[in-house]
Design a protein. Structure first.
Length: 149
C-alpha cells in the first residue's frame, strides 16, 4: 500500500533545522504500515532534508557554519532574489531522505532525527511524506486509509 501526507514546517531563522521526526512517525502510525519505506521530500528549492544527530545542538551550529563558509552569500551571484546561496546549499544537502519502517516504527539510530533544513527563512514550508509498505490486518482496518493532504 502507498499512503501520503504533508508535514507543515514554520521556520524562524534564515538558516536552521527543524526536527520533524515525530510528525513523520505520526503519519506512519496513521497509515497503519508495519513494514516498508518512508520517503520525506522537501517541496522547496531553498530548503532540504537530512538525517542527523539530535543530542548535541553544536552539530547544527557546525553544520550551518560549514555550509555558510563553503557557500557564502555573495553579491556577485546573478539570481535577482539574493538567495542563490540558499539554492546551492539545498542542492548540496538534498531534497529527500528515506527511512525504513519496522513494527510500525521509523528505523532510526539512537541519536538520529529527521530534519527539515531551512536556508532562506523564516518561512512557512511543507514536506511530502510518502509511505510504501505492508499493513497487518488489524492496523489496516483501524487506520484512516490514505492520510489527508
Amino acid at each position: 500500500m502507498v499512503h501520503s501526507g504533508y508535514v507543515k514546517v514554520a521556520t524562524r531563522q534564515r538558516c536552521c533545522w527543524v526536527d520533524i521526526t515525530d510528525e513523520v512517525q505520526r503519519l506512519v502510525t496513521q497509515a497503519g504500515i508495519t513494514a516498508g519505506i518512508c520517503t520525506v521530500t522537501c517541496l522547496h528549492t531553498t530548503a532540504a532534508m537530512t538525517i542527523n544527530e539530535n543530542a548535541d545542538p553544536d552539530v547544527a551550529t557546525d553544520f550551518f557554519g560549514k555550509l555558510a563558509s563553503m557557500v557564502p552569500r555573495d553579491p556577485s551571484f546573478r539570481h535577482c532574489e539574493g538567495n542563490s546561496d540558499s539554492h546551492i546549499k539545498a542542492s548540496l544537502v538534498g531534497l529527500h531522505v528515506q527511512v525504513g519502517i519496522e513494527n510500525a516504527r521509523l528505523v532510526l539510530g539512537t541519536w538520529q532525527s529527521i530534519y527539515f533544513c531551512e536556508f532562506d527563512g523564516p518561512r512557512s514550508r511543507r514536506c511530502l511524506v510518502t509511505i510504501l509498505g505492508e499493513c497487518d490486518a488489524d492496523s489496516h482496518s483501524s487506520a484512516a486509509g490514505t492520510v489527508n493532504h
